[in-house]
Design a protein around this ligand. Structure first.
Ligand code: 6PG
Length: 473
């Protein structure tokens, strides 16, 4: 076989699927894995596609099996493993050979690796890939970061293997350095929030309305026909309907309520705090995951205070109210996510393509949904505008905010935790407050620290009458 056009290091689930996808699109691909036993297993599973793939147990052979200048995708666990792999590879590479990190890297790491790459002369791309194993195999959403020249070199391959929306590839260059991984991180933050909003709607149905999992599943299926149409609503319907083969009970009922996380949602919350671009629905989702993990504490709390269980009186909320709550919550959560992207783009000098970000999320990724197409249109018209204020979404909010308010209030009245729905509502009510209570904060700050405040009736920095009084006794 002739030399491979691209290489993949790391044959875990995502790497293996990505390599098969590349081969399936007619490219010759070389593969390598740290533990070499996995390579023959992978080649066996590749079946007919093996004719497009060369497996190399030794890293040196892998590098030699690639056409120059080389393009090497790393699909290894994010963090130290990526740095270790880069350190091993670099001495084997020529100037102009390129390393492409396609894992879920922290964008700060990608920024650092991009700087190191400039110093060493080995080009680097940090590429966010979304869509889980199925996406990696049949078409993920791809968010690229690095120099545009580096992106252009492999764009034809990344576009070919990506998901397509109406024939348009979901693979886009986002900007320099860590821009691709930043966009992927925000994607994951939104993913956390979208999942949490859906989980809270499920909680209202299960605990507030006393519905079983199958009945909840039927509601999700119905919602998937409307404005909420999305992959996450679709799979929520599917997992609600599934039966545990061992017990015959709904699978949902035998799953422990303790959620894991690898940290990308948390990174989104951290970055939003650093940039001063609030994402309260995403923060609420991270809070909910952390509290779910603190099961012993929750059990002690339930024991100490007696859990109300969240039961609601009959008819307190309707399915239409709940659907409205999810629609409004979703719009507000995305409005926050895009605000964060806008702020990051300005602060890091990336010029992130807002409309294209919405476009690249329309297919292949975990948060794909019908609404993203309308978000792309809104962002095309006004890339810097908060989505909640875009005419199409402002109308949606006007129609649906009442449902969100009703569900949040009734659920909280019944003692049902709805942190993400409540955060969405609080965001809306703050976003639409012409007058907040921050005048009180300013007065307090000036009182204890002489921080000064602005006045409503004249320009400049001012102090209150209290300074003299309390400092001079
Ligand atoms: C995707 C997913 C994927 C992965 C996350 C989940 O876009 O394909 O987001 O990247 O499922 O890492 O992260 P948690 O384990 O933190 O939920």
């Amino acid at each position: 076989m002739s030399e491979a056009e691209i290489g993949v290091i790391g044959l875990g689930t995502m790497g293996a699927m990505l390599a098969l996808n590349i081969a399936d699109n007619g490219f010759l691909v070389a593969v390598h894995n740290r533990t070499s036993e996995r390579i023959p297993e992978f080649m066996d599973k590749a079946g007919d596609l093996a004719k497009h793939i060369t497996g190399h147990a030794e890293l040196e052979d892998f590098v030699q099996g690639l056409a120059s200048p080389r393009n090497i995708i790393l699909m290894v666990p994010a963090g130290d493993a990526v740095d270790a792999q880069i350190a091993q590879l670099r001495p084997l590479l020529d100037a102009e050979d390129m390393i492409i990190d396609a894992g879920n890297a922290n964008f700060h790491d990608s920024e650092r690796r991009a700087r190191d790459a400039e110093d060493s002369g080995v080009p680097f791309l940090g590429v966010g890939v979304s869509g889980g194993a199925e996406g990696a195999r049949f078409g993920p959403s791809i968010m690229g970061g690095g120099t545009s020249a580096a992106w252009d070199r492999v764009a034809h391959i990344l576009r070919a293997i990506s998901a397509k929306y109406d024939g348009q590839p979901c693979a886009t260059y986002m900007g320099t350095g860590g821009a691709g991984h930043f966009v992927k991180t925000v994607h994951n933050g939104i993913e956390y929030a979208d999942m949490q909003l859906i989980a809270e709607a499920y909680g209202v149905m299960r605990d507030g309305m006393g519905m079983d999992a199958t009945a909840c599943g039927a509601v999700f299926d119905r919602w998937n026909e409307g404005l909420l149409q999305s992959y996450l609503i679709e799979i929520s319907g599917k997992v609600s309907a599934a039966t545990d083969p061992e017990t015959g009970n709904p699978v949902l009922d035998i799953i422990l309520d303790r959620a894991g996380q690898k940290g990308t949602g948390r990174w989104t919350a951290i970055e939003s705090q650093m940039l001063g671009a609030p994402v309260p629905v995403i923060e609420a989702a991270v809070f909910a995951r952390n509290m779910s993990a603190a099961r012993d504490l929750r059990l002690a709390g339930a024991d100490a205070f007696g859990s109300t269980g969240g039961a609601m009186s009959d008819g307190a909320v309707s399915f239409d109210d709940l659907e409205q709550a999810l629609i409004a919550g979703k719009v507000l959560c995305y409005a926050q996510g895009f605000e964060l992207l806008i702020k990051a783009s300005a602060d890091y000098g990336w010029e992130l393509p807002m409309a294209e970000i919405a476009e690249v999320w329309r297919e292949g990724c975990i948060i794909r949904s019908a609404m993203l197409n309308d978000m792309a249109s809104a962002l095309t018209n006004a890339p810097e505008q908060n989505l909640a204020l875009a005419p199409y979404f402002a109308d949606i909010l006007k129609t649906n905010i009442a449902g969100l308010r009703k569900v949040a209030v009734v659920a909280m009245g019944a003692g049902q935790p709805v942190p993400a729905l409540a955060a969405a509502l609080n965001y809306f009510d703050t976003l639409t407050s012409a007058r907040t209570t921050a005048n009180m904060l300013q007065a307090q700050r000036d009182y204890f620290g002489a921080h000064s405040f602005e006045r409503t009736d004249k320009d400049g920095a001012h102090h209150g009458p209290w300074l003299d009084q309390h400092l001079n006794g």
